[in-house]
Each structure stands twice: as structure tokens, then as C-alpha cells.
Design a protein around this ligand. Structure first.
Ligand SMILES: Nc1ncnc2c1ncn2[C@@H]1O[C@H](COP(=O)(O)OP(=O)(O)OP(=O)(O)O)[C@@H](O)[C@H]1O
Ligand SMILES: [Mg+2]
Length: 325
């Protein structure tokens, strides 16, 4: 174990094992099991923690940083328990989910204060370095309260960076940002990961995670539902049964033809709403094939395709499926 204040890359090079490990970790609040028997281990680079609201993401992240103890199981950061090993505790930073309380201070003052509180050797230099990484101007005298949401989020990241952490945990940092601000932060995560840090970023938006990089931990109802790269998770989600509504001027013909194609288990023609044409309900476990063929089928029947709507494509039903399987 290296001394506190050592640059993370030195420790990372000296530490051969996983940077972050959860071993059978559980945590409950009264009757609510927030995190249930979760085990994983990850190394340097960006990893996404994906899960719907209430899945247990924040509870897990807080335990990983040593902010709260697991009721069962063990957390290992750089091989040590972050609650008992202070040297390791100093190598971890969290960007919390909650909006930070921004005093009427400049970005430099706020990040410098974070440096003082974490006991870094030269808080001023450390704060300027951290602001440079997140591409904010250390000379900007404006109070952070006047910043855009995206800039405020980057100040929070700079505060977390000021102690040059080996392990960084960010709890839903992209919530409420516009696409350009998201892009900027996602690029920043990649930079931090490339520096050899272990960066764990939580999200409840699947499409966001695609851009984080390859590794994903999926958590639902407190359990680790799936792990793998984004593609593997996406395939798993595509493999589940899908129900899709198709509206066309030739529902019976389209329904019959769809049945002949791979992956379609059943079709049903149901009455349309408000006097409209009947709709076709399709159940398929091969959504990609369905998506590829539906237009061609309509075309071959000379039918008009008015609507193709997945009826269960919300993330909640995807996670429900993953937890059941
Ligand atoms: N301090 C607490 N006291 C009681 N219950 C809690 C506490 N913290 C979390 N919970 C419960 O534990 C479960 C997991 O909550 P958690 O905040 O970890 O989920 P999350 O995935 O971070 O959700 P979100 O996407 O809404 O941030 C929820 O059922 C929540 O109500
Ligand atoms: Mg949360």
C-alpha cells in the first residue's frame, strides 16, 4: 500500500489486483433490501452502473466509497476496506447525486476548499490542475451559482478530482444536462479512465451508457442483473419477448405474413380505437429481425404502414425481464 498523496498511477502500477471489488454485498433499510448479494470486480477505465430508479445504485456507490458499511459482504478498494484503511479512503472520490450547495464562491475557491478539506499538499495548485482537467477557467471570478448546470456539474467533478483519486464514483452526473453538456462530460470520463483511474458512473438511461465505453453493470431491484459490454446487454434486452403494435390498411394480410417470419410467436388483429382500422399486435423474441422485415412485408403486400410501436420498450420492463431471467 502506498502512502497518501502518492499519484494514483504509481499506486495503480504497484497494485496488481482489481481496483474495486464487491464481495457478496447486501444492505437493507428496515424491510427494504436496497442491495442484495452483489459481487463484481473492476479495474481501470470507465464502467457504467445502469439501473432504474430505486434499483440501489446510490446505496451501492456510497458503500463502495466507504461512506456507509455493508450489512453483509465486503468492499475492497485497491485491496483494502475503505472504512478502515484511511490511506485508501483518501484515494477515493464521489460526485454525489444531489445538487451541491454552491456558496457564492468562484470555481477556484470552491475546488481549493475541497482540496483543503481533503488535506492535499498544495490546495491552490491542485485546484488549478483539477479545473484544467474539466476545462474550466480558474481565473473566472464569477460565483458558481451563476454557472450553467453543465458547468456546475464540472465544478463538482473538479472538487472530486482535487485529491487526484485512483477511484472515482459519479452518481447520475448527466441528469438534467443538455446533449452538448452530456457529450462534454462523457468525454471527460473517458479522459479520467485513460489516466488509469477506476471510474464508475451510474445512470438510468440505457442510451447514455452506450457512449461511456464498453463495460456495464446492470442493477435492478438491488441485484446485479447482468454484466458485460454494452453490446451484450443490448442483445440480452433484444432477446426478451417484445409486444409491438402495427397499424396498417391491410391488418389481416400483414398479420399472416408476419407469422411466417422468424422470431414472431403470435399475431392478433384487434379492434382499432375510436373507429380506426384494426391494429395488429405482434409478440416476438427477435425484435431485430422483426424490425428489419416489417417494412419489406408491407411493401410486398402493397400495404401502407401507419405505425409500428413497441408497447413494452420502457426501461422498467426491460429490467423486470432481466431480473426474472
Ligand atoms: N436512507 C434510506 N432509508 C430508507 N430507505 C432507503 C434509504 N436509502 C435508500 N433507500 C431505499 O433503498 C432502495 C434503493 O435506493 P437507492 O437510492 O440506492 O436507489 P437508486 O438506484 O440510487 O435510485 P435513483 O435512480 O432514484 O437514484 C429504494 O427502495 C430506497 O427507497
Ligand atoms: Mg440514486
Amino acid at each position: 500500500m502506498s502512502a497518501p498523496g502518492t499519484a494514483p498511477t504509481e499506486t495503480i502500477q504497484g497494485w496488481g489486483g482489481p481496483m474495486m471489488e464487491a464481495i457478496g454485498v447486501s444492505r437493507w433499510f428496515g424491510d427494504v433490501v436496497a442491495v442484495s448479494d452483489i459481487s463484481f470486480s473492476i479495474g481501470p477505465g470507465v464502467t457504467a452502473l445502469l439501473g432504474p430508479n430505486g434499483a440501489g445504485k446510490s446505496t451501492l456507490l456510497r458503500m463502495l466509497c466507504g461512506l456507509s458499511p455493508p450489512d453483509r459482504g465486503e468492499i475492497r478498494i485497491l485491496g483494502a476496506d475503505p472504512r478502515s484503511d484511511l490511506a485508501v479512503r483518501r484515494r477515493i472520490s464521489i460526485v454525489p447525486q444531489q445538487e451541491a450547495v454552491f456558496e457564492r464562491m468562484s470555481a477556484l475557491e470552491l475546488v481549493r476548499l475541497a482540496g483543503v478539506l481533503t488535506g492535499v499538499a498544495d490546495p491552490d495548485v491542485a485546484a488549478r490542475d483539477a479545473l484544467a482537467v474539466v476545462e474550466l477557467d480558474a481565473a473566472d471570478p464569477r460565483p458558481v451559482t451563476s454557472y450553467s448546470k453543465g458547468m456546475k456539474q464540472r465544478v463538482k467533478v473538479a472538487q472530486a478530482l482535487v485529491n487526484d483519486p485512483a477511484v472515482m464514483v459519479l452518481d447520475e452526473p448527466l441528469t438534467g444536462l443538455d446533449p452538448r453538456q452530456r457529450r462534454h462530460l462523457i468525454d471527460l470520463f473517458a479522459v479520467l479512465g485513460d489516466q488509469g483511474r477506476c471510474v464508475l458512473v451510474s445512470s438510468h438511461v440505457l442510451e447514455e451508457v452506450e457512449r461511456f465505453g464498453s463495460r456495464v453493470l446492470v442493477i435492478a431491484q438491488g441485484r446485479l442483473a447482468a454484466t458485460g459490454d454494452y453490446r451484450a446487454i443490448r442483445d440480452l434486452m433484444d432477446d426478451r419477448p417484445h409486444r409491438i403494435r402495427v397499424r396498417t390498411d391491410k391488418p389481416r394480410e400483414v398479420a399472416a405474413s408476419l407469422l411466417l417470419y422468424a422470431g414472431v410467436q403470435s399475431t392478433a388483429v384487434v379492434a382499432g380505437r375510436a373507429g380506426r382500422e384494426p391494429a395488429v399486435l405482434v409478440d416476438t423474441t427477435d425484435a431485430p429481425t422483426f424490425r428489419r422485415s416489417v417494412a419489406a412485408i408491407a411493401h410486398s403486400l402493397d400495404a401502407q404502414l401507419w405505425e409500428v410501436t413497441p408497447l413494452d420498450d420502457d426501461l422498467e420492463s426491460v429490467f423486470r425481464y432481466l431480473v426474472q431471467s
